[in-house]
Ligand binder design. Structure first.
Ligand SMILES: *Cc1c(COP(=O)(O)O)cnc(C)c1O
Length: 372
């Protein structure tokens, strides 16, 4: 009896701490299987080519002795290189561990302030699913605005957003780019809140909102080295905005972790920026494969919004998307499937190498459901 009672008491204690745990809804990233040469990985929009050889050289040159010292809290060398690259002041640049960290800190800084409960943030119903996760994490109310049937944005939906706006442009997972005039309309109609434009894919064909920084002080543009710079594994992201916005972002960061970017990441990031020719060549190769893949997929009966990104968001009248996703996986071809009302008939396919595109296409040409 005593034994049982003791057991129960411990159980109650277990429950007590469990009740105090903060329950969060997390983001579900695409599968990251153990690297395997036979696997075709088109599920997380990584670059199929290596980063610039200058990055490998910088890593080989890296002096491990320096690791005993903390890195520069503002990642000065990288911040300065980015400022120079984009023709802005150093004080307008904020760097972080991937744009996910930069975006998370931006939500915390600009959307989670005093009285946030009364100020919903607006973003599209079909977009990067992390936005909802950060809003929930910080208790920020939000309203999703339905994209039109063709996945374009109606800018009228975003006028006078009480808490702020976040738009991915080009959008994910649709791959559609909104014109700069539309982005400007949204920024202009929200003088009282911060508008974040997530430009993770802009290098593949979107129009950047950076020129608007000269006219609007409520705009924050975020970028990443993970896609077009082939450095997802290094975790480098950044934001550009007016000096005051950036100062607030830095304040939040210093309330959380002063040294987010490692010395290694800072060096590698600088090396990537120093090789513009390689960067352009890589992006051009991906765009060429994208156009070829788009043409071949159309010929197979797939439809998709025009892509300004390094992926295609495809649907087929005769193939059930979820089933195709599973069948592709059995053949070691990984793509992404989002099981939500507006995306359940689509697959998001990263543009890989020409060889990977050929493997995908030959699978699809033999896929029974696609044949009449
Ligand atoms: C990939 C991606 C990011 C985050 O990239 P990081 O690897 O964290 O820099 C942010 N926004 C969108 C829309 C993305 O697709």
């Amino acid at each position: 009896m005593t034994g049982l009672r003791r057991t129960r008491r411990y159980t109650d204690m277990d429950d007590a701490w469990k009740q105090k745990v903060r329950r969060v809804r997390s983001y579900t990233p695409g599968l990251q299987p153990v690297p395997d040469a036979s696997l075709i990985k088109l599920n997380t929009n990584e670059c199929p080519y290596p980063p610039s050889p200058k990055v490998a050289e910088a890593l080989a040159r890296f002096d491990a002795e320096t690791l005993r010292l903390y890195p520069a809290p503002d990642a000065d060398a990288l911040t300065e290189a980015l400022a120079h690259y984009h023709g802005v002041k150093k004080e307008q640049v904020f760097t972080g561990v991937g744009s996910d960290e930069v975006l998370a800190l931006a939500f915390l800084t600009f959307f989670a302030g005093e009285g946030k409960e009364q100020r919903p943030v607006f973003f599209p119903d079909v977009t990067y699913s992390f936005y909802e996760v950060w809003a929930a994490l910080y208790g920020i109310p939000y309203e999703t605005k339905a994209l039109r049937e063709d996945f374009t944005i109606d800018p009228a939906d975003y006028a006078d957003a009480p808490g702020g706006v976040v738009i991915a442009n080009p959008n994910a997972p649709t791959a559609l780019a909104a014109p700069l005039s539309l982005i400007e309309e949204i920024v202009k109609k929200n003088p009282g809140t911060v508008v974040i434009i997530d430009e993770a894919y802009v290098d593949f064909g979107g129009e950047t909102a950076l020129p608007l920084l000269a006219k609007y002080d409520n705009l924050l543009v975020t970028r990443t080295f993970s896609k077009s710079r082939a450095m997802a594994g290094m975790r480098i992201g950044y934001a550009i905005g007016n000096e005051e916005l950036i100062a607030h972002l830095k304040n939040t960061k210093f309330a959380f972790n002063s040294y987010t970017m490692s010395r290694v990441a800072i060096e590698a990031g600088c090396a990537s920026l120093a090789d513009e020719a390689y960067f352009r060549e890589t992006v051009a190769k991906i765009k060429a494969t994208r156009e070829r893949l788009a043409k071949e997929l159309s010929a197979l009966g797939f439809t998709f919004p025009p892509s300004s990104a390094n992926f295609l968001f495809v649907t087929h009248p005769r193939a059930e998307a979820k089933r195709l996703y599973e069948d592709l996986m059995k053949d070691k071809i990984y793509v992404r499937y989002f099981d939500a009302p507006r995306t359940k008939d689509y697959l998001r396919i990263t543009v890989g190498t020409d060889k990977e595109a050929d493997a995908l296409l030959s699978f699809l040409r033999a896929y029974p459901a696609l044949k009449e």
